[in-house]
Design a binder for this molecule. Structure first.
Ligand SMILES: [Fe+2]
Ligand SMILES: [Fe+2]
Length: 144
């Protein structure tokens, strides 16, 4: 997963996205950077294999982040840890479906471009806001 400092892409970040754990927040920021980078590639008409590579990186970072977050929720006895892990699985399946659609050479370019551009919004909606469910739990665990 890249760091925020190694590129000049400024993701949309809001204090409202903070989860109560700085490492989870850092990973969320990286996912947003991944999605902003992906959108930039599509918008400047980058070759399809570059777009697919960026989407593959985003999916890999998402999966790594989900495993990290699930371990933290289980280790801190978050009561809805298993439900949350199940939601992650559904998100991963959706991302994989999207990647398959974009990699399909018979698909239409404008359609997959539109889907790829909306990834940034999806990351914010599904991954960041979805995690507000455990914010008060982590704040309590960290004694804040
Ligand atoms: Fe998350
Ligand atoms: Fe999550």
């Amino acid at each position: 997963m890249g760091s925020l400092a190694d590129n000049d892409i400024t993701p949309i970040w809001s204090e409202a996205f903070e989860t109560g754990d700085p490492e989870i927040d850092r990973q969320h920021q990286c996912l947003l950077v991944d999605s902003v980078r992906l959108k930039a590639l599509v918008e400047r008409g980058a070759p399809r294999d570059e777009v697919i590579a960026a989407l593959t990186a985003l999916i890999a970072d998402c999966s790594a982040h989900f495993r990290f977050e699930e371990a933290m929720l289980r280790n801190t006895n978050f009561p809805r840890a298993e439900v949350h892990a199940g939601q992650h699985q559904a998100i991963e399946a959706m991302l994989q479906q999207l990647a398959n659609m974009i990699a399909d050479p018979s698909g239409t370019a404008p359609e997959s471009d539109q889907l790829t551009i909306t990834m940034e919004q999806k990351i914010i909606e599904i991954i960041v806001r979805h995690d507000l469910d455990f914010k008060s739990h982590l704040l309590a665990v960290h004694g804040r």
